[in-house]
Design a protein around this ligand. Structure first.
Ligand code: PA5
Length: 463
């Protein structure tokens, strides 16, 4: 098996100094709490944390593959309508495991994938202007089944479909992933008879990428979803051992906790040195931010905790953020996502032997340059005393991506134990949803609307 590894060398005090790096004594002191965290989280896998068991959902996988096979060749486009945990995983899987040009040059016989994870009318309106709903399958995803963004998009595209194909015809162009019983979307599925899949209980939005939420769109565009789940299962097995030194989820969770609580690093940067993996840095930003950013501790007291996730892309951000990272405040730690073997090498030839500034590139290839840039950044960060680690992918494929997803999900769950907060709720997100319903005049939210109107500033300060 090609296993992804954590290279934690440059997180340690002997490399970046004791002020910024972790000492073996600090790790040792945290080991009992880390083992207890693993036990507590794993004990919930058949209860409210069923996402831990997603690698083993063979029957659901077969249903997804059957549906993908049944509709193959019928659509030019697959459009995901969803937001947050119902969209970011789809984006990340597609960018990691399909061509970066899949939407302009899709593989033979496969549809293009679009993920419309915003209600900006210029995003949705442009799609409507340029594409044919009659050649499109809409994959509507919402765990709660009522999120305003997703519901509004569904209604807009439903109308376009009915205009183009009629009431009966439009139904073949909609597939829904939502709760088995609850929510408006499930009720709509029951009325319309749409094809549907289930977000299982115990699988929250940001932990749902290995459920039909992420698997269906992936299967539709030819991604190896079986390999993805196998990779996740392999990481589950690796992470079953309680050992802070051997279990990558335990180590990563402990590192996050120590970085913030002992080393004063409030910012966690995932720096993807891989175009394919860049949207996994976005996916992780949601996973970390929504899970650990909490007002209340588990005892109900006000805590106001959480790391600030930042995503960066190498080499692009070398020419944007790295100056800040190397010389700015010591408030960050870094996780580089690195790939040992890219799919392409891309040779470089120079016809200018007398111009050393071009000639040193002659006979080399882009993969070497990319590696040198990445290693150069790592050295610069380390020499400047900035703690950094690397998640090393032997290559980017479904199996290694499955490993990464499971590792990060489990690590974030373990972080919740260290921070002593509920990593699986999102009251801040819900508060925003309720305010939006109230502002849109949704029945049942009148009191909140009145409150918002009363608390609005008397005058606006427009400069
Ligand atoms: O992770 C989460 O729970 C959230 O980001 C949700 O995924 C997001 O708010 C969308 O919710 P839903 O899937 O219910 O439409």
């Amino acid at each position: 098996m090609d296993r992804i590894r954590l290279d934690a060398t440059n997180l340690m005090a002997d490399v970046v100094g004791p002020e910024h790096g972790i000492t073996p004594a600090e790790l040792e002191a945290l080991a009992p709490a880390s083992a207890a965290a693993l036990e507590a989280v794993r004990a919930r896998r058949t209860g409210d944390l069923r996402w831990l068991d997603l690698p083993y959902q063979d029957a659901v996988l077969e249903q997804i593959l059957d549906y993908a096979a049944e509709v193959q060749g019928r659509f030019e486009n697959v459009v995901v309508l969803g937001i947050g945990g119902s969209a970011l995983g789809n984006l990340a899987l597609s960018s990691a495991l399909s061509s970066p040009y899949q939407d302009v040059a899709p593989s033979e016989g496969l549809p293009r994938l679009f993920v419309l994870d915003n209600v900006d009318p210029d995003l949705v309106g442009e799609w409507i202007d340029h594409f044919d709903v009659g050649k499109t399958l809409f994959n509507v995803i919402s765990k709660s089944g009522g999120t305003a963004e997703t519901m509004s998009q569904f209604l807009i595209f439903r109308e376009k479909l009915v205009e183009a194909l009629g009431e009966d015809g439009h139904r073949e162009h909609v597939v829904v992933t939502t709760d088995a019983e609850k929510g408006i979307l499930r009720e709509i599925v029951n009325r319309e008879g749409y094809e549907s899949f289930v977000v299982p209980d115990g699988v929250g939005g940001r932990f749902s990428v290995l459920s039909p939420v992420g698997l269906l769109s992936s299967a539709l565009v030819g991604i190896d979803v079986r390999g993805l789940l196998k990779g996740a299962a392999a990481m589950d097995e690796i992470c079953a051992t309680p050992s802070i030194d051997e279990n990558p989820a335990q180590f990563y969770a402990a590192a996050q906790w120590l970085m913030q609580s002992s080393k004063d690093k409030a910012i966690s940067v995932q720096f993807a040195y891989s175009h394919r993996l860049r949207l996994f840095a976005d996916w992780y930003a949601q996973l970390l931010g929504e899970s650990i950013g909490k007002r209340k501790g588990r005892d109900g007291s006000d805590r106001f905790v959480g790391p600030t996730p930042v995503r960066a892309v190498g080499v692009t951000d070398q020419h944007s953020q790295v100056q800040l990272y190397v010389e700015g405040p010591f408030d960050k730690w870094f996780t580089m996502l690195t790939v040992e073997e890219s799919d392409h090498l891309v040779p470089i030839q120079s016809p200018y032997p007398d111009l050393e500034g071009a000639h040193y590139l002659n006979g080399r290839h882009l993969a070497e340059l990319f590696r040198a840039e990445r290693d150069g950044t790592r050295v610069a960060l380390t020499e400047a005393g900035r703690p950094n680690c690397s998640v090393v992918f032997p290559k980017v494929d479904a199996h290694t991506v499955g490993q990464y997803v499971y590792w990060m999900e489990l690590a974030v769950a373990l972080m919740g134990e260290h921070y002593d907060i509920d990593a699986f709720d999102q009251p801040g997100v819900e508060a925003g949803k309720v305010a939006a319903y109230a502002l849109m005049g949704r029945a049942g939210y009148e009191a909140r609307r009145e409150e918002l109107e009363r608390s609005a500033p008397a005058a606006r300060r427009l400069i």
